[in-house]
Structure formats: C-alpha cells, structure tokens
Design a protein around this ligand. Structure first.
Ligand code: KG4
Ligand code: ZN
Length: 348
C-alpha cells in the first residue's frame, strides 16, 4: 500500500509518496519527498508572512504533487490513500493543502486521512529509524512547538509538557533578528555558534517548578520557557552603544545555543527517567541543530538509552512524515470525511 502525503502548514509546500514495507520493525519506506521552500520570499520580511505563504502554496501545490508522483514513478491509480496536515499551523496555508487533498481524494476515489502536524514530526523518527523501543519520550522542537510526548503504544501520543511562551525555534529566529542575522535564525546561529565562545556571555536559564495556570493537568516542572532568554539577549545588545563585533555576535550565538540545548536535553532525560523510557527521540526543525544532535547522542551513550533523530531532510517540515503518520492512522482504521476542515489550533 502506498499513500500520498501533503503538507502546507507553514512555509513549505511538500508532497511525498510513502510505501509500506511489510516489515513490522521498519514499517515504511520513502518513494519520494518533494519540498518547495518559501524561505527566500519570507526572508525579506524577517519572518513568515501568512498571506504570502498561502498564496505561494496555491501556486506550488499542483506542481509539487505531480513531481512527487513522477519521482516515485507512480500515478494516482498506484495509491491506496491520501494524507494531509489538518493542523496546527497557519490557517490560510493549511486550507490550501486540505482543499487540494479533499478534491484529489474525491476525484481519485481515495480514502482521506487527516494528520496532526506534530504526529508527523514524531513519526519522522520511525520513518527514519524503524519502530522505537517503547515507552519512548520524544521532544518535538520546531518554530511553533517545544513539547515532550510519552509514547506507550505505536500511534498514541501523550503530552507531558510544553513551552509556556516561545518555542525554541521561535527563540532562535527572534535572537537572530536581534543580532541582525537573516531568517530563519536557527541554521545561522548554529553555524556561528561553532566559532563563538559559549561561556562568553552570561545568559539566564529558566527553572519552572509550579504548574501552569493555563494547563493545570500538566505538572509543569518539565515545561520549557525561552522568552526570558530572548529578553536577556536583547538587553545585552542594547547595553552596547555600538554595533556588536563579529566575535561578539558569534559569542552570543554560542552562549544562547548552549543554554537552549542544555535545557532541551535536561528536560528530555528527566522525563525519560521519570517515565521509565526505553528510548528517547528529538524531532522537528530544531532537531537539525548540530549541538543538540551531538549532545543527544553523547548523553544517550552515557545513560545507556537508545537515542533517535530524523535525517536533516526529515527534521524540518516535509510531507513524508505526514504520509507516515497517515499510514499509521489509516491502518488503525481512522479516515476523514470530505467535509474535513483545517484547524489552526488542532490538539494532539
Ligand atoms: O519544523 P519546522 O520546519 O517548522 C515548524 O513546524 O515550525 O521548524 C522550523 C524551525 C525554525 O524556527 C528554524 O529556525 C529552526 O526550525 N531550525 C533550527 C535549525 N534548523 C532549523 N534551529 C536550530 N538549529 C538549526 N540547525
Ligand atoms: Zn513542523
């Protein structure tokens, strides 16, 4: 069975064909994964402009889907289902994918599967590595989310904690802007951090001990917070009456990255210990970060717990992960009807 996945939740238009292998340990294989990035368009504005994003999705979607089928050497007749990101994300962007998917499912008489974007990020780990040893604690860390999930059974995602304010990727993007660096900030700061001194600038870490009033069902001590860190960088920049030197910018980048990565890794391993996890994983755009990848593997080796990451291509937004999560849901017997609507604040 093969499924076509479609992802348009933010600023990447992506379509992919993923096939079942018949191997329970490594259930899926990627036949194609086409990604049209809008980064060049949004860079000029220093961040994603929702109206421009949805208009560009409309221009790109047909070509991207056609290329995904061509690269997989398939036609619509070779597909058994169609999966699409229903949310969360920018509603105008989501609507392009959802509308296209509904029309295509109706025309090609294919079952439709609605996928949560973060289920896609979590399943990118399985797509890359095969089924994870369960229970597993997975950190999804991107431009919109920083959340820990406990996975006790394949396809069940239990939220343990999340950020109280900015997502880690959002903090990267905002700090890059403060430093006069281009959007998206993550890859640029990551590169500069390798030449900076990560102890040069004193920046605060945030420790949360109490439950969040907005989410009393969560204990709260595994929650993340990055807005204080961002404000500290702003204060550092403002404390200079002249522009920062290249060395100073690299030092801020390295110091910021050390604090972010330490906080992500510590909470992930705290949660893993607390929930008796047999594996840990990190996925989402920020999982492309070089220091985060290195520290995860190092800590995993020390703690003797298997660690999992997606490839760099599967870290940032792509439709193969949506197709994989869609196959999981389809096999569990869950499909969507043709009155499916996009949901910008969909919960998992
Ligand atoms: O998952 P993603 O492509 O889109 C969302 O669902 O948000 O993640 C994009 C985020 C951006 O904030 C970007 O700055 C960040 O991932 N990112 C990185 C790196 N590459 C991308 N952050 C840190 N280090 C990186 N190497
Ligand atoms: Zn994402």
């Amino acid at each position: 069975m093969r499924i076509l996945g479609i992802e348009t939740s933010c600023d990447e238009t992506s379509a992919a064909v993923v096939e079942e292998t018949g191997d329970a340990a490594k259930p899926w294989t990627i036949r194609s994964n086409v990604i049209a990035s809008q980064v060049q368009i949004h860079r000029e504005w220093g961040g994603v402009v929702p109206e421009l994003a949805s208009r560009q999705h409309i221009r790109d979607i047909c070509g991207v889907v056609e290329r995904a089928l061509t690269e997989a050497r398939m036609t619509w007749e070779d597909l058994g289902a169609l999966a699409v990101t229903q949310g969360p994300g920018l509603v105008g962007s989501l609507l392009v994918g959802v509308s296209f998917a509904k029309a295509a499912a109706a025309a090609a008489e294919l079952p439709l599967v609605a996928v949560h974007h973060l289920a896609g990020h979590i399943e990118s780990l399985v797509l890359q590595n095969g089924e994870l040893p369960l229970p597993s604690v997975v950190l999804v860390v991107s431009g919109g989310h920083t959340s820990l999930y406990l996975i006790e059974r394949p396809g069940s995602y239990h939220l343990l904690s999340r950020t109280r304010d900015d997502a880690a990727g959002e903090a990267y993007d905002k700090v890059a802007k403060l430093l006069g660096l281009p959007y998206p900030g993550g890859p640029v700061i990551d590169r500069l951090a390798t030449i900076g001194n990560d102890r040069a600038v004193a920046l605060p870490t945030t420790r949360l001990t109490h439950a969040d009033r907005n989410a009393p069902q969560l204990k709260g001590d595994l929650d993340f917070s990055f807005s204080g860190l961002k404000t500290a960088v702003l204060r550092y920049v403002r404390s200079h009456t002249r522009p920062l030197s290249e060395t100073e910018v690299a030092d801020v980048a390295a110091s910021f990255q050390r604090i972010v990565v330490t906080s992500l890794i510590e909470k992930l391993f705290d949660a893993a210990r607390r929930y008796g996890a047999n594996s840990v994983g990190i996925s989402g755009g920020v999982s492309a970060n070089s220091r985060l990848r290195a520290e995860l593997q190092e800590r995993g080796a020390r703690r003797e717990i298997p660690t999992f990451l997606p490839s760099l291509q599967l870290s940032t937004d792509n439709a193969a992960m949506i197709a994989a999560a869609g196959l999981r849901k389809f096999r569990a017997g869950v499909t969507a009807s043709l009155d499916l609507n996009a949901d910008a604040a969909l919960s998992l």
